[in-house]
Design a protein around this ligand. Sequence first.
Ligand code: ZN
Length: 151
Amino acid sequence: MNKFAKVLALCFAAAAGQPVFAADCEFSIGTGDMLKFDVAEMSVSASCETVKVTLNHKGNLNANIMGHNWVLSKTADVQGVAADGMSAGAASGYIKAGDDRVIAATAIIGGGESTSVEFSVAQMAVGADYTFYCTFPGHSFVMQGKFNLTT
Ligand code: ZN
């Protein structure tokens, strides 16, 4: 009886110790066999110490045919990052090595796969113009959404 109460108390303490904002700093984004993410816009609090984005490819096509990744940069850098990513090729995950315009990027995945990336928003500016997109060749023009960093 005492032991049970103690375990219960420990569980409660662990739950209460979770940061209140934790859920707001983790995002799950779906995609499939079309050039589309299932969210058009994301709002992320600048108070997040780290942001975690998980990309779920719910389609059936392989990564070499309909691969997707999730890449974040300033909106002004989207075309340059995507063009250099295409040149870098599949072996580099369609991201140029050491591209400092890239704030965060996942691996390229195919149907049935998931991947995630964790990154800090400390160097990002609240209210600045950011976009998330896919750098698989030809996708970035339509496969993108707005990323809002909020206070
Ligand atoms: Zn894509």
